[in-house]
Design a protein around this ligand. Structure first.
Ligand SMILES: [Fe+2]
Ligand SMILES: [Fe+2]
Ligand SMILES: [Fe+2]
Length: 386
């Protein structure tokens, strides 16, 4: 397949205009400016001359689009354009969001926009959130299962059976998979021990780990994230095994929990959650919006939450920076980024630069990454019985 760089440029610019429009509508809502002309002006801002430089037909175009509010609309679009450019540039130079807002505000005299409008971006942000974010109560049960089953070693059927019999969710998943089309060719299996024997110890252990985490992703808004986590687990396992950076078992666990920070976001204050949802629906990727509103993305939040799950420090770091690989020199972080990129839900801005740097860091090629990303039949079956 030949990719036309001009068409890539064009679609990147369209995505930038779309994000600028989503930000402008949110800022406008707080500044009392109507959404529709803001959206039009933001979507067309690369075709329009800046209002401050335009005269004649250029000024007329602004008047047609924005009416009497042309000045404020031009200001809001300009601020949101600068904000999106700065958030795009974070992969080259990390900055706190507050620093970005200060820099934008300092450009006001030069660019001629109203610096007070930047305050509305500050109002959008949720300052005191970290104390409120926790995992739901189901995390306690998941933590116990992880503690028993996360060590990379051989397991016995009896051992798995004893754990599964303590938890109806785990027992039910094992029986569901054992009696599914993939395994249930003979008599129906009705005991947990037989279910484990029929699936095999390795597969049964994976199913138990996945089933322990699944209740955390039970809310309607997290179904896609859960399905993506299940698909990521075998890919991370294969990548870990191929590169030798983690055991295949640890890679599998990484895939299951890498987006666990997204689970905690449902406990954000309602107005922050509403703003987050609107910006994502408007075309801004979730991790981008999280950084803007919270100062951290779900990777950083998730790392803080699983810090007590007895994972090695490097593993927790890979969760922390799986969307910002340039902030760590760890190869595992690069591997985590590649796994996210390959199985991703468009969780962040696309970046060929990051993909290339991460491939380089772990000594992989894009072709190898494609070859390694194979489906896992046991997990597909678990998806169907879930
Ligand atoms: Fe722009
Ligand atoms: Fe993620
Ligand atoms: Fe992810």
């Amino acid at each position: 397949m030949v990719i036309d760089p001009m068409s890539l440029d064009h679609s990147a610019q369209q995505a930038h205009c779309q994000r600028t429009a989503a930000l402008a509508v949110e800022l406008g809502r707080r500044a009392g400016v109507a959404a529709q002309p803001l959206t039009h002006a933001a979507l067309l801002h690369h075709s329009l001359e800046p209002l401050s430089h335009s005269s004649g037909l250029g000024r007329l175009a602004w008047q047609v689009l924005a009416g009497d509010d042309a000045r404020r609309i031009a200001d809001i679009v300009e601020i949101c354009n600068l904000l999106d450019e700065q958030l795009e540039a974070l992969e080259f130079e990390y900055k706190e969001v507050e620093t970005i807002l200060e820099e934008i505000q300092s450009l006001a005299p030069l660019e001629g926009f109203d610096p007070a409008l930047v305050e509305h971006l500050r109002d959008m942000r949720c300052g005191e959130f970290s104390d409120q974010l926790q995992l739901p109560v189901e995390a306690g049960a998941a933590r116990l299962v992880f503690r028993s089953l996360s060590a990379p070693r051989e397991y016995e059927i009896r051992e798995l059976e004893a754990i599964a019999l303590r938890d109806p969710v785990l027992a039910g998943s094992l029986l569901g998979v054992a009696n599914s089309a993939l395994f249930g060719r003979g008599r129906r299996v009705s005991t947990v021990g037989r279910a484990i024997a029929s699936i095999g110890v390795d597969g049964a252990r994976k199913i138990m780990l996945a089933s322990a985490v699944r209740p955390l992703f039970a809310s309607a808004g997290l179904r896609r994230t859960w399905s993506h986590s299940l698909s990521s687990a075998p890919l991370c396992s294969a990548l870990a095994h191929h590169t030798g950076l983690l055991s295949a078992d640890e890679g599998f666990l990484f895939g299951l929990v890498h987006d666990i920070g997204a689970v905690a976001l449902q406990f954000l204050p309602r107005d922050t959650l509403d703003t987050l949802r609107k910006l994502v629906e408007g075309g801004c990727p979730p991790a981008y919006v999280e950084r803007l509103l919270l100062g951290s993305d779900h990777g950083e939040i998730g790392a803080g939450l699983i810090a007590q799950w007895h994972f090695p420090e490097e593993f927790i770091d890979a969760v922390r920076f799986h969307h910002q690989p340039e902030r760590s020199s760890s190869k595992l972080v690069s591997l985590a980024y590649l796994a996210e990129f390959w199985s991703g839900l468009d969780e962040d801005l696309p970046s060929f630069g990051r993909v290339e740097a991460c491939l380089d860091c772990v000594g992989l090629t894009l072709e190898t990454l494609v070859e390694i990303g194979s489906p896992d039949s046991i997990l597909s079956t678990l998806k169907s019985v879930a």
